[in-house]
Every structure is written in structure tokens, then in C-alpha cells.
Design a protein around this ligand. Structure first.
Ligand code: IMP
Length: 376
């Protein structure tokens, strides 16, 4: 594993929390490099649900976790999260918080709550990053004395993680949100205010690019989006509603219903390139069970012209029409092998993306819901 980045290849909510929890058993450290309390990672262990916003989900497996300089941290919410974990019997001693991470203040949240255009999570993310770039932000090191509950965790994360790399430790670098929400490479302006792509793992933790060994992309078996912005394969019909209910597609952070639609391979091919994805893990395949047929977007059409590349800019993306290929549905995905139709679906994704699919998740619980594909 040594240094593996995990990113979402869609609009966030791909199920990264569960995948990271699964991979964390072989890791020594799980570190986050961007975003803040806008993220919501859900991990279910023995039917107990953990919803984490700022602390990497590796904490639940007792791993060392790090919050990198690229994050914007809400100290009050972080203290609440630590207390919640303590009450649940989780060991919280192995948390490191970067001195150089920026702070989300009440004023940032107040400003963000006035957003009407993007549909933000209202966690103060954009305003905090704005102050960072304008060179007037507050960093954790500036406020650490005001928050004695987290003071003991605050340290030089970059030097700590580089030392761990030199010692050959296994490290997972956990991305939040998804590729299409990246401030440079996403559907700007309907994006978050950080770089969500794999390259930012280096910046957001202070690691050199030569230290990254692998990039894993997490793909939900269909597409969802929260907030505003173009979504070519969105289903505004009863199938979309069915996916929303069955997949419990309501925001972890805000509770908002997520917009649901078919898988979009044009988008995924773009995400593969931008992140340099080595392998793929597919989540929530079970949610598609019971549908007569399943569609996958294989190209777009603009003004009756077929295009296979992902167009830059929200305006152009809003104009495209998806071109679909239809697959036979399947009844159920239970146990340790997939029905033929579900396998066909997974292999098609793998073939189209020219990437091995290493893992398919078919339910929320930790252990008995993961299928490792032998020849993926
Ligand atoms: P912000 O990150 O709160 O500024 O929100 C900007 C956009 O990103 C909005 O469309 C949010 O719904 C979306 N967003 C932010 N965080 C997440 C996430 O963790 N999952 C899915 N969407 C997110």
C-alpha cells in the first residue's frame, strides 16, 4: 500500500468512508488533505453507524489519523466529533492536527448560510478558503490556545507523515467530496472550494509527488449530486426516487435529498485521467437490484453531434444529452458471488475505464458485504 490516495470519481458521496474503513485494516495511518466539515463519511460497524465529518474514518479501526494543512477546520465541531467518538468507546489519542490548517469561524458559517446559488453545505468552507487565499485567514496555530481540548493534537503533520513514509508505514490519503466538485477540474462554479483530486494529497499534507504509490477511485454504481449544478444523467422520475429511497440518498451533513441518476462513463473517464486512477472500487451495487433494466451513459450529444469527452464548464455540460447503453437488471446481490447480469455491468465499467475493479460493495455493513473480484 505504502502511500495510497483514495478519491471519489463523481460528485462526492461515493461511499469512500466504507472503502477507507475496509482498507484501513492494512494501514498504519489515515490522513485527510482537503475540505472540512462539509464532508460526511458514514461507516457502519456491527450495526452501529458512525458519521464523521472532519476526522478520517480510520479512527474507528484504531488507526493513527491526521488532519492535513489543506483542510479548513471548525474547532468547535471537531471537539464535538472527538467527544462523540470518546462516548462510543473509540480511542482518540492518535489524532494529529496540522498547525497550518485554516480555521472555520462562526463568521465564515454565517456568511456561507447566505449562499443561494451553489447549494453549499453551509459549513463555512468557501469563506474560510477565501480568507486563506486572500492571506488574511486564521490558522490552527493562531487559535490553538483558545481550544485546550484539541491543543494536544496540534502538531507539524507534514514532518510527521514524511517520517512515517520514510519508515515504510502504510498510509491512506483520504479525499473528501468528489472529482466533479474540484474547484479547478469540476463543474465550476458549482463546486466546492478546494481541490478534491488526487494531486492535492501532496499539497494538502506536505508530501512530495514521488511518494505517492497508488491512486484508487471510488465509483458509486449510479450517480448522485447534492446542491446545484449540471447533471446529465439525472433521473427526475420514479426510478430516480426508487434509487434515492433504496440507497438512502440523503446528505450525511445536511440531510438534503440527493439528486439521483444513471452511471456516467464520460464523466468517469475524465475523472480517471485527472486523478491518474490505478484501480477502481464500486459501491452500492445492491441499490440497483430489482430494476428491469439499467442504463449507462456512454457518450453525450450536443446539437445532435456525439461527443465522448467531458466538456469544460457547467454551461456546456448543462446542454449535453446522454447517450445510453442498456443492461439487463438483476434480482438480488447477496452472498459472495454476483449474478451474471451484475457481473456484466461491473466488467463493462472496468473495460470501458480500462481499469481493474478490485472491490464491489453490496451493502452498508463492514465485513460481509464486500466482494473481492478475482479477475477484475
Ligand atoms: P461546500 O463544500 O459546502 O462549499 O458546497 C459546495 C458544493 O459541494 C455543494 O453543491 C455541496 O452540496 C457539495 N458538497 C460539499 N461537500 C460534499 C460532500 O461531502 N458530498 C457531496 N457533496 C458535497
Amino acid at each position: 500500500m505504502p502511500c495510497t490516495v483514495i478519491v471519489g470519481m463523481q460528485f462526492g458521496d461515493e461511499g469512500k468512508g466504507k472503502i477507507i474503513d475496509f482498507l484501513a485494516k492494512d494501514a498504519d495511518i489515515v490522513a485527510r488533505f482537503q475540505g472540512g466539515a462539509n464532508a460526511g463519511h458514514t461507516v457502519v460497524v456491527d450495526s452501529k453507524t458512525f458519521k464523521l465529518h472532519q476526522i478520517p474514518s480510520g479512527i474507528i479501526s484504531g488507526k493513527e489519523v491526521m488532519l492535513g494543512n489543506g483542510m479548513v477546520i471548525d474547532p468547535k465541531a471537531l471537539i464535538e466529533e472527538i467527544n462523540f467518538l470518546k462516548q462510543s468507546g473509540i480511542d482518540v489519542d492518535k489524532i494529529s492536527i496540522s498547525e497550518a490548517a485554516h480555521v472555520v469561524t462562526d463568521a465564515h458559517k454565517e456568511l456561507d448560510s447566505k449562499d443561494t446559488k451553489i447549494g453549499t453545505t453551509r459549513k463555512g468552507i468557501g469563506p474560510s478558503y477565501t480568507d486563506k487565499v486572500a492571506r488574511r485567514g486564521l490558522r490552527i496555530i493562531d487559535v490553538v490556545d483558545d481550544y485546550p481540548e484539541i491543543k494536544k493534537y496540534v502538531t507539524d503533520v507534514s514532518s510527521k507523515i514524511n517520517q512515517a513514509i520514510d519508515e515504510g508505514k502504510n498510509i491512506l490519503l483520504e479525499g473528501a467530496q468528489g472529482t466533479l466538485l474540484d474547484v479547478d477540474h469540476g463543474t465550476y462554479p458549482f463546486v466546492t472550494s478546494s481541490n478534491t483530486v488526487a494531486g492535492n494529497a501532496c499539497i494538502g499534507l506536505g508530501i512530495g509527488p514521488t511518494k505517492i504509490n497508488k491512486v484508487i477511485g471510488v465509483v458509486k454504481a449510479y450517480t448522485t449530486r447534492v446542491g446545484e449544478g449540471p447533471f446529465p444523467t439525472e433521473l427526475k422520475d420514479e426510478i430516480g426516487e426508487r434509487i434515492r429511497q433504496k440507497g438512502n440518498e440523503f446528505g450525511t451533513t445536511t440531510g438534503r435529498p440527493r439528486r439521483c441518476g444513471w452511471l456516467d462513463l464520460v464523466m468517469l473517464k475524465y475523472a480517471k485521467t485527472i486523478n491518474g486512477i490505478d484501480e477502481i472500487m464500486i459501491t452500492k451495487l445492491d441499490v440497483l437490484s430489482g430494476l428491469d433494466e439499467i442504463k449507462v451513459c456512454v457518450a453525450y450529444e450536443i446539437d445532435k453531434n456525439r461527443i465522448e469527452h467531458f466538456p469544460l464548464g457547467a454551461k456546456k455540460l448543462a446542454m449535453v444529452k446522454p447517450v445510453y447503453q442498456t443492461f439487463e437488471g438483476w434480482e438480488n446481490v447477496e452472498g459472495k458471488s454476483l449474478p451474471k447480469e451484475a457481473r456484466d455491468y461491473v466488467y463493462f465499467i472496468s473495460k470501458e475505464l480500462k481499469s481493474p475493479v478490485k472491490l464491489v460493495s453490496i451493502g452498508p455493513d463492514r465485513e460481509d458485504t464486500i466482494i473481492l473480484l478475482q479477475n477484475g
